[in-house]
Write a protein that binds this ligand. Structure first.
Ligand SMILES: *[C@@H]1O[C@H](CO)[C@@H](O)[C@H](O)[C@H]1NC(C)=O
Ligand SMILES: *[C@@H]1O[C@H](CO)[C@@H](O)[C@H](O)[C@H]1NC(C)=O
Ligand SMILES: *[C@@H]1O[C@H](CO)[C@@H](O)[C@H](O)[C@H]1NC(C)=O
Ligand SMILES: *[C@@H]1O[C@H](CO)[C@@H](O)[C@H](O)[C@H]1NC(C)=O
Ligand SMILES: *[C@@H]1O[C@H](CO)[C@@H](O)[C@H](O)[C@H]1NC(C)=O
Ligand SMILES: *[C@@H]1O[C@H](CO)[C@@H](O)[C@H](O)[C@H]1NC(C)=O
Ligand SMILES: *[C@@H]1O[C@H](CO)[C@@H](O)[C@H](O)[C@H]1NC(C)=O
Ligand SMILES: *[C@@H]1O[C@H](CO)[C@@H](O)[C@H](O)[C@H]1NC(C)=O
Ligand SMILES: *[C@@H]1O[C@H](CO)[C@@H](O)[C@H](O)[C@H]1NC(C)=O
Ligand SMILES: *[C@@H]1O[C@H](CO)[C@@H](O)[C@H](O)[C@H]1NC(C)=O
Length: 560
């Protein structure tokens, strides 16, 4: 009877492994996974087994997508210890430790399990996570070990990149050396915690890209990036941990982040079922300004030519080099600061926040207090508020040189320290006014059809011309509903895209002073840009033409 039972179970075991191996997603201490056998996650999304990368002759234990024809490895166990030949086997010990042995003796790779477990089991989950757990306990908190804690070059949905602040444990991506060799190269991607936490792509000691500060809703480098249809992401920062994570919006769409050694890039790919290929969705660094610190200290980068400008209130440190497009020396204050007798601040418009290495944060202080705090500390060079989801609360201050700033029309405003003579008093007053209002609320401005404006102004007739400001002529008009308007036709030189222009109009609307005329909206026609104001007959013409100019000019310079 007992003999029979043994025979029966051994028989079943063999059948399961050889015939329907695709159904198996677990390995227990009595079983071996030899080269050629695989585990497949429950619904068949991922597969674990031995593989040979590129034209290498080595064998590695790895995890790849099961349901696509192109082998795409997302995790490698023994990336530093390749196996020569197909004698590798994976097993799990009763302690919960998993190991890869060759020729049944030499251990080439193992986990460091110290847990006491009753009934350890190794399971490949549908997320692509390989986990060791105790029996049927599938609470992720209780996993004894998981491959998601030891990323290779790929970030999968629901996998964390970051730091456990209680233990100091880091999870970061490391690129493969090359197509044939999964061993770790010097290209890494993780969260760095000098100053405020930021995601950073590094090649060796050199920073290649950083994401900017998290504003509660997005990263400063790409604040509106979450509105894509494929995935959403989050950045968690509390006492216990700091990490980046992403989720699929539609579980049947595949998306992964991978480090590409040859390009020195962080790339995101999504799978295209139509073409049966991975499509490049995004890369970092990207554009003119992607590369870290292109414009040197206190430089400001823009996706235009030349890429670098000094921040407002600064001048090139070495003119000759700067003029020959060598921006590495950056910029210095054009008028020296004098902290004792009082400096001031100037708002430089929407930018990706500077490198946070030398920065400080308080999540509750408001913008006005933030300014006061920064002013008092002579080494504080810039400040801003953050956390748009909480109405723009939070105070971040930067010390020393400002690095890796980039113009970004949908990002935060940054206030930088300049000598009192260059400071922007209007701005400072606005700061006071704006104390209890939501700094980041999205003001809706109307976008008028060109036809509407042309009709209202009688095709910009000479009779309707009110005057001429530095930025272009102003016309009076009457809308079909009887409302009287003043239209400022801006000179055509700006070369701004429509979205950028709309963002600036929103800014002007946000900044407009109570005593001035109300901005109703804008009008975009080809490369022409127009601002539409409420017309108030009792106000002096100068206010239309020059009053607003102060703000428009400030805005225009701020965005340069
Ligand atoms: C791999 O094994 C083969 C045959 O056993 C041997 O000829 C070869 O030198 C080995 N290669 C390495 C890199 O150990
Ligand atoms: C591998 O080792 C196990 C026990 O450690 C043994 O039962 C088995 O025969 C060995 N297999 C080979 C191929 O040496
Ligand atoms: C196990 O611990 C050693 C020493 O701390 C470490 O070098 C090794 O990478 C660890 N192995 C795994 C698989 O984490
Ligand atoms: C930190 O955030 C994570 C994710 O929201 C949460 O699980 C954890 O409990 C938080 N820890 C603390 C100390 O708030
Ligand atoms: C999810 O994606 C699949 C494949 O692209 C598509 O067929 C399906 O309609 C999508 N579902 C939703 C809810 O968008
Ligand atoms: C690296 O990126 C280049 C360009 O996007 C691409 O052609 C290549 O296949 C990528 N390499 C890997 C290993 O994905
Ligand atoms: C650099 O360019 C600026 C602006 O074009 C010019 O005023 C300045 O004289 C130039 N300086 C040198 C040293 O070439
Ligand atoms: C932030 O500032 C508030 C108000 O000044 C203070 O009460 C709080 O302790 C500060 N928090 C930190 C973490 O410094
Ligand atoms: C200014 O801030 C820096 C960084 O937080 C700090 O080390 C320094 O002590 C502060 N100086 C003053 C005068 O508060
Ligand atoms: C404009 O001024 C006239 C005369 O000063 C006054 O009667 C009228 O009420 C004013 N209109 C508005 C809208 O302020």
């Amino acid at each position: 009877m007992e003999m029979d039972f043994h025979f029966y179970s051994a028989c079943c075991f063999l059948i399961i492994f050889s015939k329907v191996s695709t159904a198996i997603d677990t390995l227990s201490p009595s079983e071996l996974l030899t080269d050629g056998m695989t585990l497949v996650s429950r619904t068949g999304s991922f597969e674990l087994g031995f593989f040979t990368p590129g034209s290498s002759e080595n064998r590695y234990l790895g995890i790849w997508y099961k349901n696509i024809p192109m082998q795409t490895v997302v995790w490698v166990a023994n990336r530093r210890n390749p196996i020569n030949g197909s004698t590798g086997m994976l097993k799990i010990e009763s302690s919960g430790k998993i190991l890869i042995q060759v020729q049944n003796t030499t251990v080439v790779w193992s986990t460091n399990s110290t847990a006491r477990v009753q009934n350890p089991i190794l399971q490949l989950l549908d997320s692509g996570n390989l986990v060791v757990k105790d029996g049927k306990d599938s609470n992720p908190e209780n996993y004894i070990w998981q491959s998601f804690d030891y990323p290779s070059d790929t970030l999968l949905p629901e996998m964390k990149i970051g730091i456990d602040l209680r233990t100091g444990f880091h999870r970061r991506l490391t690129a493969w050396k090359n197509w044939d060799d999964p061993s770790p190269s010097d290209l890494t991607y993780g969260i760095e915690l000098k100053g405020n936490p930021e995601v950073v792509l590094r090649k060796g000691l050199e920073k290649y890209f950083r994401g900017g500060l998290w504003n509660g809703n997005g990263f400063s480098a790409a604040p509106n990036y979450r509105s894509n249809p494929i995935f959403d992401y989050d950045f968690i920062w509390n006492e216990s941990e700091v990490y980046y994570i992403f989720f699929l919006k539609n579980k049947s769409v595949m998306s992964r982040v991978v480090l590409n050694q040859t390009q020195s890039e962080r790339q995101r790919y999504t799978w295209s079922p139509e073409t049966q290929t991975w499509k490049l969705f995004s890369v970092q660094p990207d554009g003119n300004c992607g590369k870290y610190g292109l414009c040197g200290p206190n430089g400001n980068c823009a996706d235009e030519f030349p890429a670098c400008q000094c921040l407002t209130g600064f001048r090139p440190k070495l003119f000759e080099r700067w003029n020959s497009s060598d921006w590495s020396d950056g910029c210095i204050h054009s008028k020296p600061l004098n902290c004792q007798s009082g400096d001031g601040f100037i708002r430089i418009g929407k930018v990706k926040t500077p490198d946070s290495t030398n920065s400080w944060i308080n999540k509750t202080i408001n913008l006005k207090e933030c300014r006061a705090k920064c002013l008092r500390n002579c080494s504080c060079m810039a400040f801003t508020n953050l956390f748009v989801t909480k109405g723009g609360s939070g105070c971040v201050m930067w010390f020393d040189d400002l690095l890796d700033i980039k113009h970004q029309s949908d990002a935060q405003d940054l206030y930088i320290r300049v000598s009192a003579s260059e400071a922007d008093e209007v701005e400072d007053n606005n700061l006071n006014d704006g104390e209890d209002k939501d700094e980041n609320e999205d003001i809706d401005v109307a976008v008028f059809e060109f036809g509407t404006i042309a009709q209202a102004t009688d095709s910009f007739s000479f009779m309707n011309k009110l005057g001429q400001g530095g930025f272009g002529p102003v016309y009076k008009g009457t809308l079909a509903n009887g409302q009287e308007i003043a239209v400022k036709r801006l000179s055509k030189s700006s070369g701004q895209g429509p979205n950028e222009f709309k963002n600036e109009v929103k800014l002007i609307a946000k900044l407009q002073h109570r005593n001035l005329v109300r901005l109703l909206g804008c009008c975009i026609h080809g490369d022409e840009r127009m601002l539409v104001y409420e017309y108030m007959p009792n106000r002096s013409l100068d206010k239309f033409i020059f009053g607003m100019e102060v703000m428009e000019k400030r805005q225009a310079f701020g965005s340069c």
